[in-house]
Write a protein of this length. Structure first.
Ligand SMILES: [Zn+2]
Ligand SMILES: [Zn+2]
Length: 194
């Protein structure tokens, strides 16, 4: 079952290493997302219903799994590096999804609400606990097609890259001129072998 925000804050602080405005924002975002989808026990009974896409790797990112239970290692948290404070919550059972974007003016709202608090993080933490869901987030209902190879629990053969010989799971291989290549050998390598 969902807990009060204050209880999630304790868990988020433990997981993230400190409590910050980004944590509050991430918790609020996840709570709003599951509320819109009508998912009452995301980390428990409903844990197989939810997949979350997150579009930034920042403080708020760490807070989202605290509420949703969606973790990278469980394949229920998907990172798309778009540099936006946004996340999409997908209800696999009902086949619907909602994308939430943190509003640009939330920081300004925090300044207006608590001008007497000089510390920006303190100011924003307090405001982000109190602003309404719609003051904090823009809501967009979207369609997300989650392929079977992207679902938690997918079982399939791994294949071997014709270039480097490394194993590739979850159909991440790319066919180039009839050869099965890993994404690194196909040109997406982010590292240079020394
Ligand atoms: Zn932080
Ligand atoms: Zn390769």
């Amino acid at each position: 079952m969902l807990k009060p925000l204050s209880e999630y804050e304790i868990l988020a602080e433990q997981a993230h290493g400190h409590l910050c405005a980004g944590q509050i924002l991430g918790l609020r975002m996840a709570l709003f997302g599951v509320k819109l989808l009508g998912i009452e026990d995301p980390a428990g009974a409903d844990r197989k219903r939810l997949v979350t896409y997150i579009e930034i790797d920042r403080c708020a990112t760490d807070a989202i799994p605290i509420v949703t239970g969606c973790r990278l290692g469980k394949r229920a948290l998907k990172f798309r590096d778009f540099g936006k404070v946004a996340a999409t919550f997908c209800d696999l059972r009902e086949g619907r999804a909602v994308r939430l974007l943190a509003r640009d003016d939330a920081k300004r709202r925090a300044r207006e609400l608590y001008p007497q608090i000089a510390n920006k993080n303190e100011q924003q933490m307090k405001a982000y606990r109190e602003l309404t869901d719609t003051e904090l987030f823009d809501t967009q209902w979207v369609r997300v097609t989650v392929g079977p190879e992207d679902l938690p629990g997918y079982k399939g053969p791994s294949v071997r890259c014709a270039e480097c010989g490394e194993g590739i799971n979850f159909k991440r291989e790319i066919l180039v001129d009839g050869r099965v290549l890993c994404r690194a050998c196909a040109g997406e390598r982010y590292y240079q072998p020394l």
